[in-house]
Design a binder for this molecule. Structure first.
Ligand code: GAL
Length: 701
């Protein structure tokens, strides 16, 4: 990467949510190699400390610092009165020390004066509670006063720093969608009505699409339409789904307003930090179209013993939202966080392993929250690059060593991860499926998405995530773990994919409703009838704790038995329409009926899995689907090199970079030849990676 941003299509003032041409290939200005740094909040310290900070940043190999994220009141201490002295000195100091600046717009925490002047701008919860000051989290995204104030402070920053030579990237706001995404204030009510008018055009259309004939909910006047606030019983699910869309749209409109205010004064690329799979209120496919550079924050769930798998899953979604372009890991932690019930510290080497997982999966920047641990406030027990224990600590030594590691990986920047398998993920479908009064509380979009992802991980298969409307032609295999809401158009896309030679695996409770949460005509799964050769006649969910056995058809095993898989939660009564039965229920409500099916359409195959198989069962289905897809999962790994060994490849400039990350407790060995970049050694045939270690081998492609 050179010192200038790569060529890009200028962003226009697109209304939030309208598809914009993606600015493929843009990167943070002046950040070469794999960038290294973190959030830096020096306003919490006397200025004498800043000199020590930059000296230690240089010692650690830090190349960027994210500043200003929570500093609204410092740059605008009174409404319309700006003070930049401290920020001028800070940005100049970083610049003088060769550290690039990622500049935050501080709009996630409006100052106390704002709350006092505009109390009606506060967010109101679904139960009607207005949320006050003293914490963080923006005010109502629909408040005109908030939007005006946010654009004013953003404009002031863009005018002042938009051309500063230290500036690498604009970081708008912080983690849109948390801690609250939905707002039930008066401002939201009026904005929701406007949004619905624009979406449906007429009240008749709204009544039809929301199905208000049910329970006598018909609206006779726009002013009768309210917010889906707490009510006596279940609120109209189509209304709630639209409110989720609207709430996300309002946040995105705030982003777009700030982005365009910056763009008027600065051509430095713009991002905002996402939380892939950790924030259920933002539709990242829509957000990804609005930013120049995709960035993500990721925090491990300490209670999850295999949290390396969910880390990889978040990284893969981030890369997919970035359309395969390099992305920016804006935040993760050096050790423990402070906000989980039990904040487990990272083991020695875990910081490095976690960080390199993100790099393996496409990140060209590694950032932490935060540089120096806070002495006061809600996050004083959160780990940092420079912990309370100072430079005499293990964490600091690992931070410094990792900076050197990234120096050895500079050439990896700009290379790409290529996946032959896609897992479908649609946030709107997850919103719809997550509403009340579904056939079983045990059916969960994330649960199945995570399970299929885990099964693919265990087979060492690298995946992209894709929206069901995406061009899927580059994938040999597509897995649809949770496509409850599937529009007729998207179902047609999947059907075309199969007919053209693709292999599609669909899990239960898919193709059920349209974009308004109305059941598709023709029965459950009707839009996928051609692809799968079946529909679902009736759901047969199981009682809590009940399981079913599923027998694989075809040739028996060596001992004469048919392979049996175990499942729970869900079964279906299927109406077969051409599909072949691959596995049958041995017991349960559908005993004797089809459990797993395969259907030939055109040059491809559609698989259907009608029950919640355990991970081994999913891998059995995948093993068969790989054959249809012409995929050969990685084999020939050394003894003991099992599912805890992560192997991911990045390619670029005729080179292949093989990342091997050993999350297990046994040494791993992987067949590869080339130059190991972290140690500078040569690998001839077999790479040995001790438990907990990482290796990155460059070979010709
Ligand atoms: C992030 C947030 C940071 C910090 C961090 C702590 O979600 O953006 O400001 O709070 O969590 O883990």
């Amino acid at each position: 990467m050179d010192d200038q941003p790569r060529p890009r299509t200028p962003l226009s003032s697109t209304p939030a949510g309208t598809p914009a041409e993606h600015t493929v290939g843009v990167w943070a200005r002046g950040l070469d190699g794999v960038a290294y740094g973190g959030d830096y909040n020096p306003e919490q310290w006397p200025e004498e400390v800043w000199a020590e900070d930059v000296r230690l940043m240089r010692e650690a190999g830090v190349t960027f610092a994210t500043v200003g994220v929570f500093s609204w009141v410092l740059v605008e201490p009174r409404e319309g009165v700006f003070e930049f002295g401290w920020l001028d000195r800070l940005v100049d100091l970083l610049h003088a020390n060769g550290i690039r600046v990622v500049l935050g717009t501080p709009t996630t925490v409006p100052p106390a004066w704002f709350y006092r002047a505009y109390p009606e701008a506060r967010v109101v919860t679904r139960d009607g509670v207005p949320l006050g000051f003293g914490s963080r989290g923006m005010v109502s995204p629909s408040s005109p006063q908030y939007r005006e104030a946010a654009v004013r402070v953003t404009t002031a920053l863009a005018e002042r720093y938009g051309s500063h030579p230290a500036l690498a990237l604009w970081h708008v706001h912080n983690e849109y969608g948390v801690p609250v995404a939905e707002d039930y204030s008066e401002h939201a009510l009026h904005a929701f009505r406007d949004w619905l008018r624009a979406r449906y055009g007429s009240l008749d259309a709204l009544n039809a699409r929301w199905g208000t004939a049910f329970w006598g909910q018909r609206y006779g006047d726009w002013d009768e339409v309210g917010l889906p606030a707490a009510a006596a019983s279940v609120v109209n699910p189509a209304e709630r789904l639209d409110f989720a869309r609207f709430s996300d749209h309002q946040l995105r409109a705030c982003f777009v307003a700030e982005r365009d205010a910056i763009r008027a004064h600065s051509d430095v690329p713009i991002t905002t930090n996402f939380m892939a799979f950790a924030c259920g209120s933002t539709d990242l496919w829509a957000w990804g179209r609005e930013v120049d550079v995709v960035s993500n924050d990721h925090y491990l769930d300490a209670a999850d013993p295999r949290n390396q798998v969910t880390l990889a899953q978040a990284a893969d979604l981030t890369r997919s939202v970035a359309q395969g372009n390099p992305w920016f890991l804006m935040e993760h932690s050096t050790s423990a966080v402070n906000w989980q019930p039990r904040n487990v510290a990272k083991q020695p080497g875990e910081l490095r392993r976690n960080s390199l997982q993100h790099v393996a999966r496409g990140a060209d920047a590694v950032g932490f929250f935060q540089w120096r641990a806070s002495r006061s406030g809600a996050e004083k027990f959160h780990s940092a690059m420079l912990p309370h224990a100072g430079t005499g600590s293990r964490v600091w030594r690992e931070v410094v060593a990792f900076g050197a590691d990234l120096g050895h990986l500079a050439e990896v920047a700009g290379s790409r991860v290529e996946a032959r398998v896609a897992v479908l993920w649609d946030q709107e479908s997850a919103w719809a499926q997550g509403l009340e009064w579904r056939p079983s509380v045990d059916v969960d979009a994330r649960e199945r998405t995570d399970a299929w992802y885990r099964a693919l991980w265990d087979d060492h298969v690298t995946v992209d995530f894709a929206h069901p409307s995406a061009d899927l032609s580059s994938y040999a295999l597509v897995v649809a773990p949770a496509s409850y809401l599937l529009t007729a158009d998207d179902a047609a896309n999947l059907t075309r994919y199969v007919a053209a030679g693709g292999t599609l695996v669909v899990s239960y409770f898919s193709g059920i409703v349209d974009e308004n949460d109305a059941v598709h005509e023709g029965g459950y799964g009707a839009p996928l009838r051609d692809a799968l050769g079946l529909t679902v006649e009736e759901f047969a969910p199981l009682r809590a704790g009940d399981g079913v056995r599923v027998a694989w058809s075809g040739a028996p095993d060596d001992d004469g038995a048919h392979r049996e898989l175990v499942a729970d939660t869900w079964t279906d009564h299927l109406a077969l329409d051409g599909a072949e039965v691959v596995a049958t229920y041995v017991d349960g409500p559908v005993a004797g009926g089809a459990a797993v099916t395969r259907h030939a359409l055109g040059d491809g195959h559609g698989w259907y899995v009608s029950t919640r198989l355990d991970d081994d069962g999913l891998r059995a289905v995948l093993a068969a689907a790989y054959q249809d897809a012409g995929l050969a999962p990685r084999d020939g790994l050394g003894a003991g090199t099992g599912r805890d060994v992560e192997i991911v490849e990045r390619t670029g400039d005729g080179r292949l970079y093989t990342f091997v990350l050993n999350h297990g407790t046994e040494p791993a060995s992987v067949p590869v030849t080339g130059d190991e970049l972290l140690t500078g050694s040569t690998v001839d045939g077999w790479l040995k990676v001790p438990a907990g270690e990482v290796a990155v081998v460059r070979s010709p492609r």
